[in-house]
Design a protein around this ligand. Structure first.
Ligand SMILES: [Zn+2]
Length: 222
């Protein structure tokens, strides 16, 4: 069930757009996703229950989908190792008791891919216990695990994001020059080592350090 009424969504988005703001909607259910899109939202985050019809609506509207796949990546690895936080385990149990089954990342990305939904890599890093700042590189790993090519994954995390947040005049990436900490793996141990690598990079770089501004790119269009 959507948590906002349609009129509320229209009012929120209209007001934000009037002030030149980008509006993102952290929506899970199909009703909320559909209403947000029909109300003119810019991006849909999570889309946990995205089905075929909602994926088509998303694609047709040109709304950008930010599937926050790092959540799935970390949840799976923590679950496998028995380290999933209690609050997450309890939540999964509550949903299961209500007969609510979350679709897998592969399922919702298959719907997205089928309809050509614009996908941008973004995450809830820092917003919950299982995805910390610096772990968002797992978005690329998961996109590849869900059938996207390494190039598509890199573009989803660079030029697509730049266009989504409207900094493409200076954020355009030349995919050939994008450096990753290692090869994009298919699945399994390589993915885990990639995640460890991301974490150690974060530890070395130090938390809270001020980010450098985006460089100017003058490369060819992707
Ligand atoms: Zn969220």
């Amino acid at each position: 069930m959507a948590q906002f009424r349609r009129e509320e969504l229209v009012a929120i988005i209209k007001k934000a757009h009037r002030w030149g703001r980008h509006v993102c909607g952290h929506a899970h259910g199909t009703e909320g996703i559909a209403w947000a899109i029909e109300s003119g939202i810019d991006t849909i985050e999570h889309g946990q229950f995205l089905d075929d019809a909602t994926a088509k609506l998303t694609a047709d509207s040109g709304t950008v989908f930010v599937p926050t796949l790092a959540n799935d990546f970390n949840r799976r690895r923590l679950d496998e190792s028995g380290k999933l936080p209690k609050v997450q385990r309890n939540r999964a149990a509550e949903l299961a008791a209500m007969g609510i089954v979350w679709s897998t990342a592969e399922e919702r990305m298959a719907h997205s891919r089928k309809h050509g939904v614009i996908v941008a890599a973004g995450t809830d890093s820092g917003g919950n216990a299982i995805v910390l700042h610096g772990d968002n590189g797992a978005e690329l790993v998961m996109l590849v695990e869900c059938g996207y090519s390494p190039k598509e994954a890199v573009l989803a995390a660079t030029s697509v994001v730049a266009k989504t947040i409207r900094v493409d005049s200076r954020g355009r990436a030349r995919s050939a020059r994008v450096r990753l900490p290692g090869p994009l793996p298919g699945a399994g141990p390589e993915a885990r080592s990639w995640a460890r690598c991301a974490r150690s990079r974060r530890a070395r770089s130090g938390r809270g350090r001020r980010r450098r501004p985006l460089p100017d790119h003058t490369g060819p269009r992707d």
